[in-house]
Design a protein around this ligand. Structure first.
Ligand SMILES: [Zn+2]
Length: 88
C-alpha cells in the first residue's frame, strides 16, 4: 500500500494586501504562538495553521473535510502569512 501524500496547492495571494507584522513589538513570550492564515478553497472558509511545538512546521485543518495541512518551515521559505489551500 503506497504512502498517500497530501497534495497542497499553494497559490500566491495577489489581491489581498499582506498584513505587516510588527517585528519585536511584543516582548514576553506569551504571544509567540504564531499562525498562518489559510483560505480553504474547498470549503470557502478561513482557518488558522498554528506552529507546531518543535517549531518546524505549521499545521492547519480544513473546517469542512478535516484534512490536515502541514507547512514545513525551512530555509528559503516565504514570509507570506496567508495561503490558499485546496484539499480536493
Ligand atoms: Zn477541505
Amino acid at each position: 500500500m503506497p504512502d498517500r501524500q497530501d497534495i497542497v496547492e499553494l497559490t500566491s495571494v495577489t489581491s489581498s494586501p499582506a498584513p505587516s507584522v510588527p517585528s519585536g513589538a511584543t516582548p514576553g513570550s506569551t504571544s509567540d504562538r504564531t499562525f498562518l492564515r489559510l483560505w480553504f478553497a474547498c470549503s470557502s472558509q478561513y482557518a488558522r495553521a498554528y506552529k507546531s511545538d518543535d517549531g518546524t512546521a505549521y499545521t492547519g485543518r480544513c473546517p469542512t473535510c478535516h484534512k490536515c495541512i502541514r507547512f514545513q518551515i525551512g530555509e528559503g521559505g516565504t514570509s507570506q502569512r496567508s495561503f490558499t489551500v485546496s484539499c480536493r
